[in-house]
Design a protein around this ligand. Structure first.
Ligand code: FAD
Length: 289
């Protein structure tokens, strides 16, 4: 049965990618009930659907490490809670160093992660090769191993979070575009959409690469711009299997993960190439560059 479109809500979340659905999931988990999420296309169809799905706890900022540590716990339990699979696979991850300086950085970050309770080991190139046998190690200085890391399916995760939110009362509407954010006395009062206005106490901008445009609707500057991201998907490679850890090689600006018996290899572009200088099309849904 079609849901009645609301005219008011305590919270309106703009955007049904993984972030918007996670906000809805967590607000309802905290007991908020009057939560409405609006997505202009289909859930996860913006950026989320084509993320590689790497979940890595080794971060340069302690808050990010604790956030991703929490995510690994959540992803372990979410399917049992919602009945929707998330594709979470606790395959662990390796980060390798080709220089002494890189190894120093990895060791420092490892010490900080360990202090937050993240399982992490500093290992030799040979030990790294034992975990990732399809790798040559002659140019490696060392590596770190995080057994708690893994990978997930971003679309399935989004649907699972959305289901958890819905089960606790959140109302989620697809194919509804927010066209304006209303403000009075310097505070938000609601949103305008192509299906009518909704008044709200709180509006959360989870519009991903459209967040700058949404911010502009109420005079807020969101310092965010899309950049191109390249990746290669190979055919099957002998020795590559679903439990192969995720591998990051920051000196080579590249990450690797197993997919259907082959590898997805994506770049950490040192000089990111901006995309969408004339604006991001509203209908850029389940689309690639
Ligand atoms: C190739 C690739 C690989 C990646 N790999 C990883 C990875 O391995 N690990 C990782 O953690 N991250 C990865 N990322 C990053 C990750 O995908 C993003 O950080 C994440 O998906 C952002 O989610 P989001 O919800 O903020 O944005 P989105 O998924 O883009 O969601 C925003 C939503 O807002 C909607 N919206 C916008 N404007 C409006 C409006 N006016 N009204 C209604 N709805 C609106 C859009 O339609 C969209 O669905 C990768 C990204 C790419 C491109």
């Amino acid at each position: 049965m079609a849901q009645e479109f609301p005219t008011q809500a305590q919270v309106v979340i703009i955007g049904g990618g993984i972030i918007g659905c996670s906000v809805a999931y967590h607000l309802t988990k905290l007991g908020w009930r009057d939560v409405v999420l609006l997505e202009q296309g289909q859930l996860s169809g913006g950026t989320t659907w084509h993320a590689a799905g790497l979940v890595g706890q080794l971060r340069s900022h302690a808050n990010m490490t604790s956030l991703i540590k929490y995510s690994t716990q959540l992803y372990t339990e979410l399917e049992a809670e919602t009945g929707l699979a998330t594709g979470w696979k606790n395959c662990g991850s390796l980060s390798v160093a080709r220089t002494v300086d890189r190894m120093t950085v990895l060791k420092r970050t490892a010490a900080s992660a360990r202090a937050q309770g993240v399982a992490i080991e500093v290992i030799s190139p040979k030990e790294a090769q034992d975990l990732w046998p399809v790798m040559a190690i002659d140019d490696l200085v060392g590596a770190v191993w995080l057994p708690g890391d893994g990978k997930a399916n971003p679309t399935d995760l989004t649907q699972s979070l959305a289901k958890g939110a819905r089960s606790r009362g959140a109302r989620i509407f697809e194919r509804v575009r927010v066209t304006g954010v209303s403000v009075a006395n310097g505070a938000v009062t609601g949103v305008e959409t192509d299906r009518g206005a909704i008044s709200a106490e709180i509006v959360v901008n989870c519009a991903g690469q459209w967040a700058r445009k949404v911010g502009k609707m109420c005079g807020v500057s969101v310092p965010l711009h899309s950049a191109e991201h390249m990746y290669i998907v190979t055919g099957r490679i002998e020795g590559v299997h679903p439990d192969l850890p995720v591998m990051r090689d920051p000196d080579g600006y590249i990450y690797f993960k197993e997919e259907v018996g082959g590898l997805v290899m994506g770049g950490f572009e040192p000089e990111a190439k901006p995309w969408g200088m004339a604006g991001i099309p509203d209908d850029f849904e389940f689309a690639l560059l």
